[in-house]
Write a protein that binds this ligand. Structure first.
Ligand code: BTN
Length: 252
């Protein structure tokens, strides 16, 4: 069902479509260890039995309803210190692909959850491999909630819930590949300021006084952006503090 749409030159040139696997990210890791895979190779499945999310969480997705896939990238042109720009490029590509399908505004919640109407519609798990001073390989895993209508987690939504209609998986998948390739090309051209400027234009809660939790304590702050290594910067009573993932929780 999924095949190379012929609309991209790198991402999705080779597609391995499977009815089921444990996790497309895990499978890409093991396949890439055993043989040299071409950059842009995609593994997509209808059902993950051990889907993985960020920070060791599980990624649960109804079989057949959604899009779950991984892309192998080799961003050797990017210094490891600039690796957060890959998160930005992937997040923006997804934001655009999703905006192409629905009317509501699409936001990127740091680091790269895709949010619509304050609910998460898509998650991204990027696993980088660094060799010496080079970002030798990145496995970009994407889970997009497409046609699922019931979730155990109240903060989750899907394109179907948002738009009130069913979506064609293959069409959306192809749109995603095209949008991701466009942003990957910007990264190749090292358009860092353009990428950051666009990221800021869709950064969830940026510039708003909001409630967060750090080290078990509640505090109010205003997101001002991300620093060069991708930490979230928050203005807390005039002092800019920066946080790693898991060091800060978004409350409301
Ligand atoms: C998150 O938001 O926590 C990240 C979710 C990433 C899920 C995708 S689904 C395809 C790929 N394979 C996995 O095991 N995880 C990613």
């Amino acid at each position: 069902m999924y095949k190379n749409p012929g609309k991209t030159v790198l991402i999705g040139k080779k597609i391995l479509a499977l009815p089921e696997c444990e996790s497309t990210n895990s499978l890409m890791v093991s396949l890439s260890q055993n043989k040299t895979l071409d950059e842009g190779t995609v593994i997509i499945t209808e059902n993950q039995t051990k889907g993985r999310g960020q920070a060791g969480n599980k990624w649960v997705s109804e079989p057949g309803a959604n899009i779950t896939f991984s892309i192998l990238l080799k961003p050797t042109f990017l210094e490891p210190s600039n690796q957060f720009y890959l998160n930005i490029a992937v997040g923006l590509g997804l934001c655009h692909a999703i905006s192409d399908s629905i009317d509501d505004k699409v936001w990127l919640k740091w680091p790269n959850d895709i949010m619509v109407n304050s609910k998460k519609v898509c998650g991204v798990l990027i696993e980088n491999q660094i060799q010496g001073q080079t970002l030798s390989q990145s496995i970009v895993g994407i889970g997009l909630n497409l046609n699922q209508t019931n979730f155990d987690w109240p903060m989750a939504t899907s394109l179907r819930i948002l738009a009130g209609r069913e979506f064609d998986k293959v069409k959306i998948f192809e749109t995603i590949l095209v949008r991701l390739e466009a942003y990957y090309n910007l990264l190749l051209k090292r358009k860092f300021s353009k990428l950051k400027e666009e990221y800021y234009s869709v950064l969830y809660w940026k510039g708003e006084k909001r409630q967060f939790e750090t080290k078990g304590e509640s505090m109010k702050g205003i997101i001002t952006g991300v620093d060069e290594v991708g930490k979230l910067m928050v203005d807390v009573e005039g002092e800019i503090r920066s946080y790693n993932f898991k060091e800060i929780k978004f409350i409301g």
